[in-house]
Design a binder for this molecule. Structure first.
Ligand SMILES: Cc1cc2nc3c(=O)[nH]c(=O)nc-3n(C[C@H](O)[C@H](O)[C@H](O)COP(=O)(O)O)c2cc1C
Ligand code: SF4
Length: 440
Protein backbone atom coordinates (compact mmCIF):
# COMPACT_ATOMS: atom_id res chain seq x y z
CA UNK A 1 0.00 0.00 0.00
CA UNK A 2 1.17 3.56 -0.67
CA UNK A 3 2.23 5.42 2.46
CA UNK A 4 2.63 2.11 4.29
CA UNK A 5 4.56 3.75 7.12
CA UNK A 6 1.51 5.76 8.16
CA UNK A 7 -0.52 2.57 8.58
CA UNK A 8 1.91 0.70 10.81
CA UNK A 9 0.62 0.31 14.39
CA UNK A 10 2.43 2.29 17.07
CA UNK A 11 3.09 0.61 20.40
CA UNK A 12 3.65 2.62 23.56
CA UNK A 13 4.43 1.05 26.94
CA UNK A 14 0.72 0.57 27.72
CA UNK A 15 -1.13 1.25 24.48
CA UNK A 16 -1.15 0.21 20.84
CA UNK A 17 -2.65 2.55 18.23
CA UNK A 18 -3.59 1.19 14.80
CA UNK A 19 -1.88 3.89 12.73
CA UNK A 20 0.32 6.97 13.03
CA UNK A 21 -2.36 9.67 12.76
CA UNK A 22 -3.66 11.15 16.01
CA UNK A 23 -6.45 13.71 16.02
CA UNK A 24 -4.86 16.65 17.83
CA UNK A 25 -6.65 18.42 20.65
CA UNK A 26 -9.51 20.52 19.32
CA UNK A 27 -13.11 21.09 20.24
CA UNK A 28 -15.80 23.70 20.44
CA UNK A 29 -18.03 24.92 23.26
CA UNK A 30 -20.42 22.03 22.75
CA UNK A 31 -21.13 20.95 26.33
CA UNK A 32 -23.15 22.24 29.26
CA UNK A 33 -22.19 25.21 31.41
CA UNK A 34 -21.51 23.05 34.47
CA UNK A 35 -18.98 20.88 32.60
CA UNK A 36 -21.29 17.94 32.01
CA UNK A 37 -20.81 16.60 28.50
CA UNK A 38 -23.46 16.18 25.85
CA UNK A 39 -24.22 14.44 22.58
CA UNK A 40 -22.69 17.21 20.44
CA UNK A 41 -19.21 16.39 21.78
CA UNK A 42 -19.78 12.69 21.05
CA UNK A 43 -20.89 13.61 17.52
CA UNK A 44 -17.76 15.76 17.14
CA UNK A 45 -15.36 13.03 18.20
CA UNK A 46 -17.13 10.40 16.07
CA UNK A 47 -16.44 12.44 12.92
CA UNK A 48 -12.73 11.64 13.38
CA UNK A 49 -13.11 8.08 14.69
CA UNK A 50 -15.21 7.30 11.61
CA UNK A 51 -12.64 9.04 9.44
CA UNK A 52 -10.00 6.50 10.46
CA UNK A 53 -7.61 8.21 12.90
CA UNK A 54 -5.75 5.80 15.17
CA UNK A 55 -6.42 7.82 18.29
CA UNK A 56 -8.20 10.98 19.36
CA UNK A 57 -6.56 13.25 21.87
CA UNK A 58 -9.35 15.24 23.48
CA UNK A 59 -9.39 19.00 23.76
CA UNK A 60 -8.65 20.83 27.02
CA UNK A 61 -10.50 18.97 29.82
CA UNK A 62 -10.31 20.88 33.12
CA UNK A 63 -9.43 18.88 36.21
CA UNK A 64 -11.03 21.61 38.34
CA UNK A 65 -13.59 24.32 37.53
CA UNK A 66 -11.08 27.02 38.49
CA UNK A 67 -8.84 25.67 35.75
CA UNK A 68 -11.29 25.99 32.89
CA UNK A 69 -10.71 28.47 30.08
CA UNK A 70 -14.27 28.74 28.76
CA UNK A 71 -17.61 27.42 29.96
CA UNK A 72 -19.30 24.70 27.88
CA UNK A 73 -16.24 22.47 27.68
CA UNK A 74 -16.75 19.07 29.33
CA UNK A 75 -14.75 18.71 32.56
CA UNK A 76 -13.46 15.78 34.61
CA UNK A 77 -13.55 17.51 37.98
CA UNK A 78 -15.79 15.07 39.87
CA UNK A 79 -17.03 11.48 39.73
CA UNK A 80 -20.43 12.50 38.33
CA UNK A 81 -18.64 13.22 35.04
CA UNK A 82 -17.35 9.63 34.64
CA UNK A 83 -20.48 8.17 32.90
CA UNK A 84 -20.29 10.78 30.13
CA UNK A 85 -16.63 10.04 29.37
CA UNK A 86 -17.44 6.31 29.49
CA UNK A 87 -20.20 6.79 26.89
CA UNK A 88 -17.90 8.86 24.69
CA UNK A 89 -15.06 6.31 24.93
CA UNK A 90 -17.42 3.44 24.12
CA UNK A 91 -18.75 5.24 21.01
CA UNK A 92 -15.23 5.99 19.74
CA UNK A 93 -14.01 2.44 20.45
CA UNK A 94 -16.59 1.06 18.05
CA UNK A 95 -14.40 2.42 15.25
CA UNK A 96 -11.23 0.78 16.63
CA UNK A 97 -10.04 4.23 17.64
CA UNK A 98 -8.34 4.99 20.97
CA UNK A 99 -9.26 7.92 23.19
CA UNK A 100 -6.72 9.91 25.21
CA UNK A 101 -8.09 12.61 27.51
CA UNK A 102 -6.15 15.86 27.90
CA UNK A 103 -5.96 16.69 31.63
CA UNK A 104 -5.80 20.46 31.79
CA UNK A 105 -5.73 23.52 34.03
CA UNK A 106 -5.68 26.99 32.50
CA UNK A 107 -4.12 28.82 35.44
CA UNK A 108 -4.12 32.53 34.57
CA UNK A 109 -4.63 32.00 30.81
CA UNK A 110 -8.36 32.05 30.14
CA UNK A 111 -10.85 33.18 27.52
CA UNK A 112 -14.30 33.50 29.10
CA UNK A 113 -14.12 33.12 32.86
CA UNK A 114 -17.68 32.08 33.75
CA UNK A 115 -19.11 32.88 37.18
CA UNK A 116 -17.38 30.67 39.74
CA UNK A 117 -13.80 31.93 39.97
CA UNK A 118 -13.16 35.52 38.83
CA UNK A 119 -9.43 35.06 39.55
CA UNK A 120 -7.32 32.22 38.19
CA UNK A 121 -4.39 30.52 39.90
CA UNK A 122 -0.82 30.65 38.65
CA UNK A 123 2.85 30.32 39.45
CA UNK A 124 2.90 34.13 39.48
CA UNK A 125 0.56 36.98 40.35
CA UNK A 126 1.22 38.84 37.10
CA UNK A 127 -1.93 38.95 34.96
CA UNK A 128 -2.05 37.09 31.66
CA UNK A 129 -0.56 39.48 29.09
CA UNK A 130 -2.94 38.62 26.23
CA UNK A 131 -6.25 39.64 27.76
CA UNK A 132 -5.22 40.86 31.21
CA UNK A 133 -6.89 38.17 33.36
CA UNK A 134 -6.02 38.59 37.04
CA UNK A 135 -4.62 35.66 39.03
CA UNK A 136 -3.35 34.64 42.45
CA UNK A 137 0.11 33.23 43.08
CA UNK A 138 -0.37 29.63 44.25
CA UNK A 139 0.60 28.74 47.79
CA UNK A 140 2.19 25.37 48.55
CA UNK A 141 -1.24 24.16 49.70
CA UNK A 142 -2.77 25.32 46.39
CA UNK A 143 -0.04 23.40 44.54
CA UNK A 144 -0.76 20.22 46.50
CA UNK A 145 -4.49 20.62 45.85
CA UNK A 146 -4.09 21.06 42.08
CA UNK A 147 -1.56 18.20 41.82
CA UNK A 148 -4.15 15.97 43.48
CA UNK A 149 -6.86 17.26 41.09
CA UNK A 150 -4.73 16.07 38.15
CA UNK A 151 -4.29 12.65 39.82
CA UNK A 152 -8.04 12.34 40.41
CA UNK A 153 -8.69 13.35 36.80
CA UNK A 154 -6.44 10.51 35.63
CA UNK A 155 -8.18 8.07 37.96
CA UNK A 156 -11.59 9.13 36.55
CA UNK A 157 -10.36 8.75 32.96
CA UNK A 158 -9.20 5.24 33.77
CA UNK A 159 -12.48 4.37 35.49
CA UNK A 160 -14.29 5.65 32.39
CA UNK A 161 -12.46 3.05 30.30
CA UNK A 162 -10.48 5.60 28.28
CA UNK A 163 -7.12 4.59 26.83
CA UNK A 164 -4.87 7.14 28.45
CA UNK A 165 -4.35 10.72 29.50
CA UNK A 166 -2.25 13.61 28.25
CA UNK A 167 -0.98 16.44 30.44
CA UNK A 168 -1.57 19.82 28.83
CA UNK A 169 1.91 21.13 29.48
CA UNK A 170 1.97 23.38 26.42
CA UNK A 171 0.78 26.72 25.07
CA UNK A 172 0.87 28.85 28.22
CA UNK A 173 -1.56 26.98 30.48
CA UNK A 174 -0.86 26.22 34.15
CA UNK A 175 1.85 23.59 33.68
CA UNK A 176 3.64 25.95 31.24
CA UNK A 177 3.22 28.78 33.74
CA UNK A 178 5.43 26.78 36.12
CA UNK A 179 7.85 25.47 33.48
CA UNK A 180 8.40 28.79 31.71
CA UNK A 181 11.38 31.01 32.51
CA UNK A 182 9.39 33.91 31.01
CA UNK A 183 6.38 33.47 33.32
CA UNK A 184 7.47 31.78 36.56
CA UNK A 185 8.88 34.43 38.92
CA UNK A 186 8.74 32.38 42.13
CA UNK A 187 11.47 32.48 44.74
CA UNK A 188 10.58 29.15 46.39
CA UNK A 189 11.38 25.54 45.38
CA UNK A 190 8.91 25.79 42.45
CA UNK A 191 10.71 28.70 40.75
CA UNK A 192 14.15 29.75 39.55
CA UNK A 193 16.23 26.94 38.02
CA UNK A 194 14.72 24.62 35.40
CA UNK A 195 14.88 21.86 38.02
CA UNK A 196 12.65 23.93 40.31
CA UNK A 197 10.33 25.06 37.50
CA UNK A 198 9.81 21.42 36.48
CA UNK A 199 8.95 20.39 40.05
CA UNK A 200 5.21 21.09 39.61
CA UNK A 201 4.74 18.90 36.53
CA UNK A 202 6.93 16.15 37.97
CA UNK A 203 4.81 16.22 41.16
CA UNK A 204 1.76 15.81 38.89
CA UNK A 205 3.30 12.84 37.05
CA UNK A 206 4.28 11.09 40.29
CA UNK A 207 0.84 11.72 41.83
CA UNK A 208 -0.85 10.26 38.72
CA UNK A 209 1.40 7.20 38.76
CA UNK A 210 0.64 6.70 42.46
CA UNK A 211 -3.11 6.99 41.79
CA UNK A 212 -3.47 4.93 38.59
CA UNK A 213 -0.40 2.68 38.65
CA UNK A 214 2.21 2.24 35.94
CA UNK A 215 0.05 0.44 33.37
CA UNK A 216 -2.12 3.35 32.19
CA UNK A 217 -0.94 5.45 29.21
CA UNK A 218 0.30 8.92 30.18
CA UNK A 219 1.75 11.43 27.73
CA UNK A 220 2.74 15.08 27.91
CA UNK A 221 2.15 17.88 25.40
CA UNK A 222 4.94 20.41 25.73
CA UNK A 223 5.93 23.66 24.01
CA UNK A 224 9.52 22.85 23.13
CA UNK A 225 10.26 26.50 22.38
CA UNK A 226 8.06 29.21 23.81
CA UNK A 227 8.79 32.33 21.72
CA UNK A 228 6.96 34.39 24.36
CA UNK A 229 8.46 37.55 22.82
CA UNK A 230 6.98 36.84 19.39
CA UNK A 231 4.48 39.71 19.60
CA UNK A 232 6.20 42.98 20.46
CA UNK A 233 2.77 44.59 20.54
CA UNK A 234 1.83 42.76 23.73
CA UNK A 235 5.16 43.48 25.42
CA UNK A 236 5.71 39.94 26.70
CA UNK A 237 9.31 40.27 27.80
CA UNK A 238 11.75 37.40 27.49
CA UNK A 239 11.43 34.53 25.02
CA UNK A 240 11.07 31.72 27.57
CA UNK A 241 12.25 28.15 27.52
CA UNK A 242 14.83 26.96 25.01
CA UNK A 243 14.82 23.61 23.25
CA UNK A 244 17.72 22.48 25.46
CA UNK A 245 15.72 23.20 28.64
CA UNK A 246 12.66 21.44 27.23
CA UNK A 247 14.67 18.36 26.27
CA UNK A 248 15.94 18.18 29.84
CA UNK A 249 12.34 18.39 31.09
CA UNK A 250 11.30 15.61 28.68
CA UNK A 251 14.05 13.35 30.06
CA UNK A 252 12.87 13.98 33.62
CA UNK A 253 9.26 13.34 32.57
CA UNK A 254 10.18 9.98 31.08
CA UNK A 255 12.17 9.02 34.20
CA UNK A 256 9.09 9.90 36.29
CA UNK A 257 6.80 7.65 34.21
CA UNK A 258 5.63 9.51 31.08
CA UNK A 259 5.06 7.20 28.09
CA UNK A 260 5.19 9.66 25.16
CA UNK A 261 5.98 13.26 24.30
CA UNK A 262 3.62 15.37 22.15
CA UNK A 263 5.73 18.15 20.62
CA UNK A 264 4.18 21.61 20.35
CA UNK A 265 5.28 25.24 20.44
CA UNK A 266 4.38 28.66 21.82
CA UNK A 267 4.25 29.95 25.39
CA UNK A 268 0.73 31.36 24.99
CA UNK A 269 -2.37 30.50 22.96
CA UNK A 270 -3.16 31.26 20.27
CA UNK A 271 0.38 32.12 19.16
CA UNK A 272 1.55 33.18 15.69
CA UNK A 273 3.31 29.79 15.47
CA UNK A 274 0.42 27.78 16.93
CA UNK A 275 -1.86 27.23 15.18
CA UNK A 276 0.29 28.74 12.44
CA UNK A 277 -1.81 30.47 9.80
CA UNK A 278 -1.30 32.19 6.47
CA UNK A 279 -3.03 35.38 7.65
CA UNK A 280 -4.69 36.62 10.84
CA UNK A 281 -8.42 36.90 9.92
CA UNK A 282 -8.91 40.14 11.88
CA UNK A 283 -12.28 41.03 10.35
CA UNK A 284 -13.75 37.72 11.56
CA UNK A 285 -11.92 38.03 14.87
CA UNK A 286 -13.73 41.26 15.81
CA UNK A 287 -17.09 39.61 15.28
CA UNK A 288 -16.37 37.12 18.08
CA UNK A 289 -13.80 38.93 20.26
CA UNK A 290 -16.59 41.23 21.49
CA UNK A 291 -17.52 38.44 23.92
CA UNK A 292 -14.17 39.05 25.64
CA UNK A 293 -14.34 42.83 25.89
CA UNK A 294 -15.40 42.83 29.54
CA UNK A 295 -13.32 39.81 30.57
CA UNK A 296 -9.74 40.85 31.29
CA UNK A 297 -8.06 44.24 31.75
CA UNK A 298 -6.87 44.25 28.11
CA UNK A 299 -10.02 42.97 26.38
CA UNK A 300 -11.36 46.39 25.34
CA UNK A 301 -7.92 47.59 24.21
CA UNK A 302 -7.44 44.47 22.07
CA UNK A 303 -10.92 44.84 20.60
CA UNK A 304 -10.24 48.49 19.63
CA UNK A 305 -6.91 47.50 18.15
CA UNK A 306 -8.48 44.76 16.01
CA UNK A 307 -11.36 47.06 15.07
CA UNK A 308 -9.55 50.33 14.41
CA UNK A 309 -6.12 49.29 13.16
CA UNK A 310 -6.66 45.79 11.77
CA UNK A 311 -3.71 46.11 9.38
CA UNK A 312 -1.31 46.78 12.25
CA UNK A 313 -2.61 43.77 14.25
CA UNK A 314 -2.48 41.59 11.15
CA UNK A 315 1.04 42.66 10.22
CA UNK A 316 2.47 42.11 13.71
CA UNK A 317 0.87 38.67 13.91
CA UNK A 318 1.80 37.58 10.38
CA UNK A 319 5.40 38.80 10.76
CA UNK A 320 5.82 36.45 13.75
CA UNK A 321 4.29 33.44 11.97
CA UNK A 322 6.14 30.90 9.82
CA UNK A 323 5.97 31.45 6.06
CA UNK A 324 2.96 29.67 4.47
CA UNK A 325 5.14 26.98 2.88
CA UNK A 326 6.83 26.28 6.23
CA UNK A 327 3.64 25.56 8.21
CA UNK A 328 3.40 21.84 7.43
CA UNK A 329 5.90 20.04 9.65
CA UNK A 330 7.37 23.24 11.11
CA UNK A 331 8.15 21.47 14.39
CA UNK A 332 9.87 18.41 12.93
CA UNK A 333 13.45 19.62 13.57
CA UNK A 334 12.60 20.11 17.26
CA UNK A 335 10.71 16.81 17.52
CA UNK A 336 13.75 15.07 16.05
CA UNK A 337 15.99 16.47 18.80
CA UNK A 338 13.61 15.22 21.47
CA UNK A 339 13.35 11.82 19.85
CA UNK A 340 17.13 11.50 19.91
CA UNK A 341 17.13 12.27 23.65
CA UNK A 342 14.29 10.11 25.01
CA UNK A 343 13.38 6.44 24.85
CA UNK A 344 9.62 6.92 24.36
CA UNK A 345 7.66 7.69 21.14
CA UNK A 346 7.32 11.30 20.03
CA UNK A 347 4.13 12.67 18.42
CA UNK A 348 4.53 15.90 16.47
CA UNK A 349 1.84 18.53 15.82
CA UNK A 350 1.78 21.37 13.30
CA UNK A 351 0.18 21.67 9.88
CA UNK A 352 0.30 18.04 8.70
CA UNK A 353 -1.96 17.15 5.78
CA UNK A 354 0.22 15.54 3.10
CA UNK A 355 0.72 11.76 3.27
CA UNK A 356 4.18 11.80 1.67
CA UNK A 357 5.44 14.46 4.11
CA UNK A 358 4.09 12.52 7.11
CA UNK A 359 5.48 9.19 5.91
CA UNK A 360 8.90 10.74 5.18
CA UNK A 361 9.05 12.39 8.63
CA UNK A 362 8.40 9.03 10.33
CA UNK A 363 10.85 7.19 8.05
CA UNK A 364 13.59 9.78 8.74
CA UNK A 365 13.02 9.28 12.48
CA UNK A 366 11.87 12.84 13.15
CA UNK A 367 8.85 11.51 15.03
CA UNK A 368 6.84 8.32 15.50
CA UNK A 369 3.41 9.78 14.73
CA UNK A 370 1.78 13.08 13.87
CA UNK A 371 -1.18 14.82 15.44
CA UNK A 372 -3.56 16.79 13.23
CA UNK A 373 -6.18 19.36 14.22
CA UNK A 374 -7.30 21.87 11.53
CA UNK A 375 -6.68 19.69 8.44
CA UNK A 376 -8.95 17.06 10.01
CA UNK A 377 -11.59 19.69 10.74
CA UNK A 378 -11.41 20.59 7.06
CA UNK A 379 -11.40 16.93 5.92
CA UNK A 380 -12.71 14.58 8.60
CA UNK A 381 -11.86 11.62 6.36
CA UNK A 382 -8.24 12.59 5.64
CA UNK A 383 -6.93 9.22 6.82
CA UNK A 384 -9.27 7.41 4.43
CA UNK A 385 -8.01 9.67 1.63
CA UNK A 386 -4.43 8.62 2.46
CA UNK A 387 -5.57 5.00 2.61
CA UNK A 388 -6.80 5.32 -0.98
CA UNK A 389 -3.25 6.30 -1.94
CA UNK A 390 -4.00 10.00 -2.42
CA UNK A 391 -1.33 12.37 -1.11
CA UNK A 392 -3.70 15.23 -0.18
CA UNK A 393 -7.39 16.02 0.06
CA UNK A 394 -9.02 17.67 -2.94
CA UNK A 395 -9.75 20.77 -0.86
CA UNK A 396 -6.99 20.93 1.75
CA UNK A 397 -7.05 23.10 4.86
CA UNK A 398 -5.90 26.58 3.83
CA UNK A 399 -4.57 27.43 7.34
CA UNK A 400 -6.82 30.52 7.24
CA UNK A 401 -7.50 30.16 10.99
CA UNK A 402 -11.14 31.17 10.64
CA UNK A 403 -12.07 28.09 12.69
CA UNK A 404 -9.85 29.42 15.48
CA UNK A 405 -11.32 32.92 15.62
CA UNK A 406 -14.89 31.59 15.52
CA UNK A 407 -14.52 29.04 18.30
CA UNK A 408 -14.94 31.47 21.17
CA UNK A 409 -18.52 32.24 20.15
CA UNK A 410 -19.68 29.90 17.38
CA UNK A 411 -19.77 26.12 16.89
CA UNK A 412 -16.40 24.75 15.81
CA UNK A 413 -16.04 23.70 12.18
CA UNK A 414 -14.38 24.83 8.97
CA UNK A 415 -15.25 28.47 8.22
CA UNK A 416 -13.32 28.87 4.95
CA UNK A 417 -16.09 29.54 2.46
CA UNK A 418 -13.70 29.02 -0.47
CA UNK A 419 -13.66 25.30 0.38
CA UNK A 420 -17.43 24.94 -0.07
CA UNK A 421 -19.81 25.35 -3.01
CA UNK A 422 -21.68 28.03 -1.03
CA UNK A 423 -21.96 29.70 2.38
CA UNK A 424 -25.12 27.68 3.04
CA UNK A 425 -23.21 24.46 2.39
CA UNK A 426 -20.52 25.57 4.84
CA UNK A 427 -23.05 26.38 7.58
CA UNK A 428 -24.87 23.09 6.97
CA UNK A 429 -21.61 21.19 7.44
CA UNK A 430 -20.76 23.09 10.65
CA UNK A 431 -24.20 22.33 12.07
CA UNK A 432 -23.82 18.56 11.55
CA UNK A 433 -22.19 18.47 14.98
CA UNK A 434 -25.70 18.77 16.45
CA UNK A 435 -26.93 15.72 14.58
CA UNK A 436 -28.13 13.58 16.29
CA UNK A 437 -29.34 16.23 18.75
CA UNK A 438 -28.81 15.96 22.54
CA UNK A 439 -32.40 14.76 23.07
CA UNK A 440 -33.92 12.20 20.72
C1 LIG B 1 -9.79 25.89 17.50
C2 LIG B 1 -8.59 25.21 18.09
C3 LIG B 1 -8.68 24.69 19.37
C4 LIG B 1 -7.57 24.06 19.94
N1 LIG B 1 -7.68 23.53 21.21
C5 LIG B 1 -6.61 22.91 21.76
C6 LIG B 1 -6.71 22.32 23.04
O1 LIG B 1 -7.80 22.32 23.67
N2 LIG B 1 -5.60 21.74 23.57
C7 LIG B 1 -4.40 21.71 22.89
O2 LIG B 1 -3.42 21.17 23.40
N3 LIG B 1 -4.28 22.25 21.66
C8 LIG B 1 -5.35 22.84 21.08
N4 LIG B 1 -5.24 23.34 19.82
C9 LIG B 1 -3.95 23.16 19.09
C10 LIG B 1 -4.04 21.93 18.18
O3 LIG B 1 -4.24 20.75 18.91
C11 LIG B 1 -2.78 21.75 17.32
O4 LIG B 1 -1.68 21.38 18.14
C12 LIG B 1 -2.44 22.99 16.51
O5 LIG B 1 -3.62 23.55 15.94
C13 LIG B 1 -1.47 22.67 15.35
O6 LIG B 1 -1.96 21.60 14.58
P1 LIG B 1 -2.75 21.76 13.17
O7 LIG B 1 -1.84 22.57 12.28
O8 LIG B 1 -2.92 20.35 12.73
O9 LIG B 1 -4.01 22.50 13.45
C14 LIG B 1 -6.34 23.95 19.22
C15 LIG B 1 -6.28 24.47 17.92
C16 LIG B 1 -7.38 25.09 17.35
C17 LIG B 1 -7.28 25.60 15.93
S1 SF4 C 1 -11.29 27.37 8.79
FE1 SF4 C 1 -11.06 25.45 7.63
S2 SF4 C 1 -9.47 25.86 6.10
FE2 SF4 C 1 -9.34 27.51 7.63
S3 SF4 C 1 -7.78 26.77 9.10
FE3 SF4 C 1 -9.75 26.14 9.89
S4 SF4 C 1 -10.08 24.06 9.09
FE4 SF4 C 1 -8.42 24.99 7.88
Amino acid sequence: MAFDTIFQPLTFRNLTVKNRIFRSNISGRFDNFDGSGNQARINWELKFARGGVGAIISSFVPVHIRGRIVPNYATIDNDKKIPFWRALGKAVHEYDCKYILQLSHGGRQRDVIGIEYPKGLSSTDDPDPSHGFQCERMTIDDIKFVVQAFAEGARRAREAGLDGVELHGANGYLITQFLSSAINDRKDEYGGSIENRARFVLDVVRAIRKRVGSDFHLQMKISLQEHCDALELFNRGPSGNTIEESIQVCKWLVEAGVDAIHASTGGFFPHPRNPAGVDLPVEQLVTTYDSMVSSGDRGLLNFLLFRKVPDLARKRWNDAAPKPDEIEGQLLPEARQVKAAVSVPVICTGGFQTASIIAAAIERGDCDAVSIARPLVANNDLVKIFQRGEDQAEFPCTYCNKCLVNVIENPLGCYDETRFPSRDAMIAEIMTVFDPPPFV
